[in-house]
Design a protein around this ligand. Structure first.
Ligand SMILES: NCc1[nH]cc(CCC(=O)O)c1CC(=O)O
Length: 307
C-alpha cells in the first residue's frame, strides 16, 4: 500500500485511544507500518459546546457531523466512534458496519471513598448528564438528587473532589481504554442497571462505495459483537431513540443464541418498561424491532413527556 489510510476521530482522550487501538489492529492484521495510517483529529460541535446540556443544542449527530462531512469529502477514509454515541441511521453514502470486539459494556459507579451504590446515604447528590442513568437511578432511589455533570473523565473527577456531587457513573469501557486504574470504580451489573445501547463497542464508519477500505476492515470485524450491537441498535431504531428518551439495552450471546434485554423509562424514573427476546443471531434485527414494538405498545401518551 503506497497511499496513507486516514482515520478521522474526535480529539478527546477516549476518542484518541480508540483511534490508536484501531490503527494498531490494522497494522497487526495487514502488516502495515505506523506511517501508513494517519490519525486526523476533527473537532465537532459537541466538543466545542461545553456549557450547555447537549440535548438543548439538539440531536445525536453532534459528535459526528463534521467527521462525516470530512469522510464524504474524501479527507478521511474511516471514522472511529463509540457506537453508543451513534445515531441509528448514517448520512447517505456512509455505513457503520464494522464493530471491534466489545469491551466491558457495564457502567461503573464512582465515589472518591469507595462507597457502594447500595450504601449511598439518603438524599445524596449524584452527578450525571445521562438521562438514562438519571432515570434508572431515580427509579431505584427516588430520594437521590441528580445534578448535571458534563465533561471528560478528569473534569468529572475534579467535580467529585470539589464536592459538587458524591458519586457519578462512567462507562467501564472508557476507564479501561484510558488505563485509568487510579480511579476506583464498582461495576454495576446489567441486572441492576442496563447499560446504553452498544456501550463498549467501537464502531468504524466508511463510505458505502469504498470497497478497498471495506476489505481492509474485514479482519477487524468481530462477529459476536456485530450480532449483539445489531440487536441493540435495531431496538433503538424501533424506538426512534434520541438522547431525549431514556433507553437501555444489552444483548448477550450463548453460542448462536442471542438474548436481548431492553427498557425504556420515564425521565423522572417513575415508570420503567422492560422486556426481552431470545433467538438465533440471524434474527438479531427482528428481535430488536419487535421488542421496541412491544414496549411502545405499553406506553401511555404522556410516557415520554418531561417530568
Ligand atoms: N457519552 C460519552 C461516552 N461515549 C462512550 C463512552 C464510553 C465508551 C463506550 O461506551 O464505548 C462515553 C463515556 C461514558 O459514558 O462514561
Amino acid at each position: 500500500m503506497t497511499s496513507t489510510l486516514k482515520i478521522g476521530t474526535r480529539g478527546s482522550p477516549l476518542a484518541l485511544a480508540q483511534a490508536h487501538e484501531t490503527r494498531a489492529r490494522l497494522m497487526a492484521a495487514h502488516g502495515m507500518s505506523e506511517e501508513s495510517i494517519e490519525i486526523v483529529v476533527i473537532s465537532t460541535t459537541g466538543d466545542r459546546v461545553q456549557n450547555r446540556a447537549l440535548r438543548e443544542i439538539g440531536g445525536k449527530g453532534l459528535f459526528t457531523r463534521e467527521i462525516e462531512e470530512a469522510m464524504l469529502a474524501g479527507e478521511i477514509d474511516i471514522a472511529v466512534h463509540s457506537s453508543k454515541d451513534m445515531p441509528t441511521l448514517q448520512p447517505q453514502g456512509l455505513v457503520l458496519d464494522c464493530f471491534l470486539e466489545r469491551e466491558d459494556p457495564r457502567d461503573a459507579f464512582i465515589t472518591l471513598d469507595g462507597t457502594a451504590l447500595a450504601d449511598l446515604r439518603e438524599g445524596a447528590v449524584v452527578g450525571t448528564s445521562s438521562l438514562r442513568r438519571k432515570a434508572q437511578l431515580l427509579h431505584k432511589r427516588p430520594d437521590l438528587q441528580v445534578v448535571e455533570f458534563r465533561g471528560n473523565v478528569q473534569t468529572r473527577m475534579k467535580k467529585l473532589a470539589d464536592g459538587v456531587a458524591e458519586a457519578t457513573f462512567l462507562a467501564l469501557a472508557g476507564l479501561n481504554r484510558l488505563n485509568a486504574q487510579h480511579i476506583s470504580r464498582q461495576p454495576v451489573e446489567p441486572s441492576e442497571m442496563l447499560p446504553a445501547i452498544a456501550q463498549g463497542a467501537i464502531g468504524i464508519e466508511r463510505r458505502v462505495d469504498d470497497t478497498a477500505t471495506d476489505a481492509l476492515l474485514a479482519p477487524l470485524r468481530h462477529a459476536e459483537t456485530h450480532h449483539r450491537v445489531a440487536a441493540e441498535r435495531a431496538f433503538l431504531a424501533g424506538l426512534d431513540g434520541s438522547c431525549e428518551t431514556p433507553i437501555a439495552g444489552l444483548a448477550t450471546l450463548d453460542g448462536n443464541t442471542l438474548t436481548l434485554k431492553g427498557e425504556i423509562l420515564r425521565t423522572d424514573g417513575s415508570e420503567v418498561l422492560t422486556g426481552s427476546r431470545t433467538g438465533p443471531t440471524e434474527q438479531a434485527a427482528e428481535m430488536g424491532a419487535s421488542l421496541a414494538v412491544e414496549l411502545l405498545a405499553q406506553t401511555t401518551d404522556d410516557f415520554f413527556d418531561w417530568t
